[in-house]
Write a protein that binds this ligand. Structure first.
Ligand SMILES: Cc1cc2nc3c(=O)[nH]c(=O)nc-3n(C[C@H](O)[C@H](O)[C@H](O)COP(=O)(O)OP(=O)(O)OC[C@H]3O[C@@H](n4cnc5c(N)ncnc54)[C@H](O)[C@@H]3O)c2cc1C
Ligand SMILES: NC(=O)C1=CN([C@@H]2O[C@H](COP(=O)(O)OP(=O)(O)OC[C@H]3O[C@@H](n4cnc5c(N)ncnc54)[C@H](OP(=O)(O)O)[C@@H]3O)[C@@H](O)[C@H]2O)C=CC1
Ligand code: HEM
Ligand SMILES: [Fe+3]
Length: 459
């Protein structure tokens, strides 16, 4: 028989200690991958199968029996079968009674059934202890070892001893068990593998909407307006200069929206005079998505820096510079050096660089390997204190860039101000309110509330 890759693997450790036996129902993708992993981690595995003689894909150290025979061999039975095929388990209630049944199943869509698969299994075999686990791990990741993405195994069950036993197996396989409580949590756990970036949706939709609105705004001001009034074809601006307005303004707006909920939370806590009331759902959800908002903002800031780097090599910039020089040479006219303008340009670029530096630092601290290495106070110092400093620097960068243009009526086109003015609205609101909140009289009250003081305390 040709050597399959399975034979080559050093499957079981030659340990004298008693190998715990685990039974796996189902010899499909997941059953096989989990069985192989368990053998490698020192367990003895018995497979239950409809056709025990078909064992070529299974590790040779494993035993393959009929479902009823296999169930007798172990107190722990992992059901690696689709929920649709559970009904045969009702014929095995005798032998399954008192045993731990591990439900690992997922469905194809959220809320496909009224109850979770694990609760359905508990209804089918009421005498067994059903524990939900492993459903967020993929068979492929188990097999290939590329578990970095999903090392976490969400576990829930009504019998704490049974849950502990399963969590010990999860740890023995080198995975991280997360106790989610009673079997009622199974419904939520079965949703996890079906969700697609749940916390990234709001930031993505918001930034897409911002980019679209800003694109049309800039096209009206920078392309249509000059065409109507000066017959100038500025359509080429849509390649670099308009994106280099859209991206930084989106980055700045999103950055401000990261800190706006903290400010709203503070105002709510001051207004209510307590911290013991839940925030409205929209604010809670917004708070929970701040990391994703911040990282998307950082992405746009990176784009802005890249687009800015290419400004000097753009044909339009070099043409304009060359033209200006030639005109000055012909007219023998020189533009006197203006220190204030030099100051203005260098300072706004310097502010942008410093803002961007801190922005990247925020991004680095949000990497799990870094955020796990700092304590909560350090994390909050970076994320909150330095976060606000980032917002201040980037807002100042934009304000100084706008400089005097801001007040110049000729800058209005069809009464529309320059796009960067729109980008300054939310950051300035956040910074002004934050400035009020850190006033000692306000800050002391807020700190007391956050330490548990209540204005209308009942005790
Ligand atoms: C690039 C980048 C990366 C980021 N990465 C992360 C990240 O990894 N993790 C992260 O959390 N944020 C991240 N953020 C978002 C932001 O930096 C943090 O959320 C930061 O802590 C917000 O600070 P804050 O002062 O606005 O509010 P906070 O410091 O969160 O809160 C201000 C006050 O509000 C109260 N409060 C806060 N949340 C609640 C709540 N849910 N219920 C009741 N009271 C509450 C607290 O008492 C707190 O003192 C990132 C931002 C950026 C730009
Ligand atoms: N694949 C994955 O990455 C993951 C799978 N899961 C869950 O694990 C369970 C198994 O998934 P997977 O291994 O991929 O599925 P497969 O279809 O590959 O295997 C299912 C196994 O169930 C057994 N079975 C028992 N009765 C029936 C029946 N009537 N019809 C068909 N098969 C039957 C079969 O084993 P036999 O022929 O030996 O009886 C079959 O091999 C599912 O609940 C799935 O949601 C969870 C996380 C990830
Ligand atoms: C290395 C860092 C940075 C550099 C060198 C830089 C440089 C520049 C330059 C040269 C401009 C003018 C662009 C033009 O005239 O076409 C500009 C505009 C702008 N920058 Fe930056 N910047 C940096 C970081 C940032 C960051 C981090 C933000 C905000 C999060 C930001 C927000 C803006 C905004 C809003 C504008 C105005 C865009 C417009 O309306 O034209 N910049 N920046
Ligand atoms: Fe969410």
């Amino acid at each position: 028989m040709e050597k399959t890759y399975i034979d080559a693997l050093p499957l079981t450790m030659n340990s004298s200690e008693k190998q715990e036996t685990v039974c796996i129902f189902g010899t499909g993708d997941f059953g096989r991958s989990l069985g192989l992993k368990m053998l490698q981690c020192g367990y003895f595995v018995v497979f239950g199968s409809r056709n025990p003689q078909m064992t070529n894909l299974l590790p040779n150290d494993a035993e393959v029996l009929s479902y009823s025979e296999a169930a007798k061999k172990s107190d722990i039975i992992i059901i690696a079968i689709h929920r649709e095929h559970y009904d045969f388990l009702t014929e095995l209630t005798e032998v399954l009674n008192g045993k731990i049944l591990v439900d690992i199943s997922n469905n194809l869509k959220i809320n496909q059934y009224p109850e979770s698969n694990a609760e359905y299994l508990a209804q089918l075999v009421p005498g067994a202890h059903v524990v939900k686990a492993f459903n967020t791990i993929s068979a492929w990741a188990l097999q290939s070892g590329a578990l970095d993405a999903s090392r976490q195994v969400f576990v829930c069950g009504n019998d704490s001893k049974a849950k502990q036993t399963v969590m010990d197996i999860v740890r023995a396989l080198g995975l991280t068990p997360l106790d989610q409580g009673s079997l009622m949590a199974a419904k939520e756990i079965e949703k996890y593998p079906l969700q697609l970036f749940p916390m990234w949706r709001f930031p993505f939709y918001l930034s897409a909407a911002l980019c679209i609105i800003l694109f049309f705004y800039c096209v009206v001001r920078d392309v249509i307006y000059p065409y109507v009034y000066e017959k100038k074809d500025n359509t080429f601006r849509m390649a670099i200069s308009i994106p280099n307005r859209i991206f930084p303004i989106t980055a700045l707006t999103l950055l401000a929206l990261v800190y706006l909920p903290g400010v709203i939370a503070a105002i709510l806590q001051l207004y209510r005079g307590t911290k013991y009331r839940r925030f409205p759902n929209w604010l809670d959800h917004w708070m929970l998505c701040r990391k994703q908002l911040g990282l998307v903002a950082l992405g746009f800031a990176f784009l802005h820096v890249l687009y800015t780097l290419v400004i000097p090599i753009r044909y339009y910039v070099r043409w304009r510079l060359g033209n200006l020089t030639a005109t000055q040479a012909i007219l023998k006219k020189e533009t006197p050096f203006s220190t204030s303008t030099a100051w203005l340009y260098d300072s706004y670029v310097a502010l942008g660089i410093l803002g961007f530096f801190l922005f990247v630092l925020l991004g680095i601290t949000s990497l799990p390997s870094v955020s796990n290495a700092v304590n909560w106070r350090e994390f909050r110092f970076v994320q909150s204190k330095l976060g606000y400093l980032t917002l201040i620097l980037c807002t100042a960068h934009t304000l100084v860039y706008g400089g005097k243009k801001f007040l110049n009526p000729s800058n209005l086109k069809w009464y529309l101000p320059a796009a960067y003015v729109l980008g300054l609205i939310i950051p300035c609101i956040v910074l002004v309110i934050k400035f009020v909140l850190i006033m000692p009289c306000v800050d002391n009250t807020l700190t007391r509330i956050r330490q548990g003081w209540e204005r209308n305390s009942k005790h």
